[in-house]
Write a protein that binds this ligand. Structure first.
Ligand SMILES: *Cc1c(COP(=O)(O)O)cnc(C)c1O
Length: 362
């Protein structure tokens, strides 16, 4: 199998006008404004990856027996393209997304995609829709590569046909409150993942299973749900779509270990940045009881959630069926702020990219 394909481009016949685009870019919210194009690459057992195209964004036509609609063989990634002050376009550690996409594919019995082809597809879309990258400070172009089983077949087995697609949307801040600290809801009844399950794969099914808990969180006035482990219901794992960090009084930074959680690229980057800033970084289990006790005693100074979409969000309060507790001064603490500024500074090209995390698209 070749590692790259030539993309054929069929440009949008009537792309959004510059004026209409400028209006849409003013307040795009999160994931509501589509760009003009999408990338499609097909896979079959016989041909492998083939038919790579950049084309006008349009609905799929799916047979009602299309496998993904029944057995949810679907995975995705989330990444961003940034416009630097100098006008350059950059991606943040996209090779990590390519690698993780293939780990998700393996877990879901789907074909892997050559890293080079994954990156070519991302770059092809970013190039054709480059005018959609917001130039303002908090803005970026959110990229959503995904793959689904497209075979028309109701039998239960890994499908023999797949579609890989990349779409994009300009985005502003993920949480409506801007950089205000978020409130979490601890789910009593639901778990996100169990040992041997799909917790470490970025698959739509994980999200489907988490939505009822997220809805419960919102009913309780919280921004996000935080899940505890499935076996003991004791250890903090992560949010529905973000990893979590705890900043202790002695300057150490704790984050739950990998296994049933999603191995976030933001998580990994924050760990490196925290270490470089002199914090001791501990990947270790942290229980809900400890969390509550440490927040009360002041041993826990800050907590934050992180992921590509929301970047770094301070956690101000935690609610659960038995009450609630505040963290630190209920706002973004100094360590949270410093780590966010460092990360965003690198992503936006304002701080030297010593670790070579940026890949420029030209
Ligand atoms: C995508 C995702 C994250 C964050 O990963 P990043 O690579 O940092 O964007 C965390 N948890 C879950 C469940 C996710 O799906």
């Amino acid at each position: 199998m070749t590692d790259s394909l030539t993309f054929s481009t069929i440009p949008h016949a009537a792309p959004t006008s510059a004026d209409a685009r400028a209006a849409l870019l003013e307040d795009p919210a999160f994931g509501r404004v589509p760009t003009d194009h999408m990338v499609i690459v097909k896979w079959t057992v016989e041909k492998g990856w083939h038919d790579a195209t950049v084309q006008a964004r349009a609905p799929f036509q799916l047979d009602p027996a299309c496998a993904v609609l029944h057995y949810a063989q679907e995975i995705f990634e989330g990444m961003k393209a940034y416009r630097t002050a100098e006008g350059a376009i950059t991606l943040f550690r996209p090779e990590e997304n390519a690698r993780r996409f293939n780990e998700s594919a393996e877990r879901m019995a789907m074909p892997t995609i050559p890293e080079e082809l994954f990156l070519d597809a991302i770059e092809a879309l970013v190039r054709v829709d480059a005018d959609w990258i917001p130039a303002n400070d908090g803005g970026s172009l959110y990229l959503r590569p995904f793959m689904f089983a497209s075979e028309v077949f109701l039998g239960v087995k890994p499908a023999s046909e797949y579609i890989f697609c990349v779409i994009a949307c300009p985005v502003g801040a993920y949480f409506k409150g801007g950089s205000k600290a978020i409130t979490l809801w601890v789910s009593d009844d639901y778990s996100r993942a169990a040992a041997g399950g799909t917790g470490a794969a970025k698959c739509g099914g994980n999200y489907a299973g988490s939505l009822i808990a997220q809805a419960e969180a919102m009913r309780n006035g919280c921004d996000q749900v935080v899940f505890l482990d499935a076996a003991e219901h004791r250890w903090v794992e992560e949010l529905g779509g973000m990893n979590i960090f705890f900043v202790m009084e002695d300057g150490s930074v704790i984050t739950p270990p990998l296994g049933t959680i999603l191995p976030g690229i933001t998580r990994k980057s924050i760990m490196e940045l925290a270490q470089a800033a002199g914090h001791s970084v501990l990947e270790q289990p942290y229980s809900f009881d400890q969390w509550q006790a440490d927040a009360r005693s002041g041993k826990l100074r800050e907590a934050f959630a992180c992921g590509t979409a929301a970047v770094v969000a301070g956690i101000g309060e935690v609610r659960h069926s038995g009450g609630s507790f505040a963290i630190g001064n209920s706002g973004d603490g100094p360590v949270t702020t410093a780590l966010r500024d460092k990360l965003v500074g690198i992503q936006k090209g304002k701080i030297a990219d010593d670790r070579h995390w940026l890949r420029s698209v030209d």
